[in-house]
Design a binder for this molecule. Sequence first.
Ligand SMILES: Cc1ncc(COP(=O)(O)O)c(C=O)c1O
Length: 397
Amino acid sequence: MSKYFDENINRHGTHSVKWDMNEAIFGKADVLPMWVADMDFASPQPVIEALHQLVDSRILGYSFAPDSLYDTIINWQTERHHLLLKKEDILFSPGVVPSIAACIQALTQKGEAVMIQDPVYHPFADMVDMNERQLILSALKIEDDQYKMDFVDIEKQIIDQQVKLFILCNPHNPGGRVWSADELTTLLNICQKHHVKVISDEIHNDLVYQPNQFHSAVTLKESYASFVITLAAPTKTFNLAGIKNSMLFILDTDLREKIKLQQAKAEMSNINTFGYAATEAAFSKGSMWLDELMLYLTDNLDIICTFFDKELPDVFYMRPQATYLLWFDCSSLGLEDDALMEAFVTEGKIGLNAGISYGQQGAQFMRFNFAAPRETVLEGLKRIKHVFDLHQGHPLS
Ligand SMILES: Cc1ncc(COP(=O)(O)O)c(C=O)c1O
């Protein structure tokens, strides 16, 4: 199957945010885009076939989620994540970020405090800010080369700032941490004690490297069901971001009714017909593809880590436990964050995500998306090294 993932598919001219927006995003056409979290791999063949079948039906009218779709979601979550769901626990949404917005609107009032961690996927902060809630940040600490939560700070701020809602990224983007059962339990116990509701964004739940063990937050204790909302999607797992589909899993009836009402106010509870078809095909027939994908990504990651260790031994990187994102520290370049981005764009000719956009704790970091054919990954590494060589005087070997 690696031939499948080695294929270099030309995405230019497809209105791809990653490949067709270089000028708009980086101010230059000639950068190699290795940033936004989609993959340069073809989606699973059964998904492509299901979409063809839908188009071939020739009428794309209103549609609803069939029971067979609910069954595939329930089976997937049971088998892969030990999350036991009933049909009524599942709501649909056009995206995880829209779901976060709906939860903020439904569960908090304007001006109330919502906590996130720093750094974290930046739309968390955007949704809190744009909905005029108070953003409370708890900094992640780096220990043993990985992010760790600061539980003392979390509890103190929850009390001091009267936090109502916590948005958790599980697994973590951009650091790639797969939170342990102990970490999650400690966090959720604090939230439970202080009546803080929790959104657990689990969109990266299937992209976990051996031997790490992902835990869906709500599965860790029965009582968590009363305040934890789980967000999941097939879009990261199967490279379907453009299809715009995701799910909310809400086991508690009162909590679910609140979110349903909020969704109804904006008529946001349906996903499009392509989303239903792609989701069902992915979860029912995409297992083998996903297992092969993880082997390919593991090899990419091994190559990247070996490259950094050998060619850039002084550069700190976090080996991700999940996701296809490498988070590395560029402070040795001695550049301000703006200049750092500029250096990668103009000197390296590579488009990465600036760490600072994920919060102050992300300053001086860059995020490298390695879900690409090996040839592209090797080219990306060469370009990254070129920037370090230029600034640190080491010639390209
Ligand atoms: C943690 C996290 N949540 C949500 C999203 C986006 O989800 P959606 O496209 O369904 O809004 C991403 C995309 O990178 C992500 O990393």
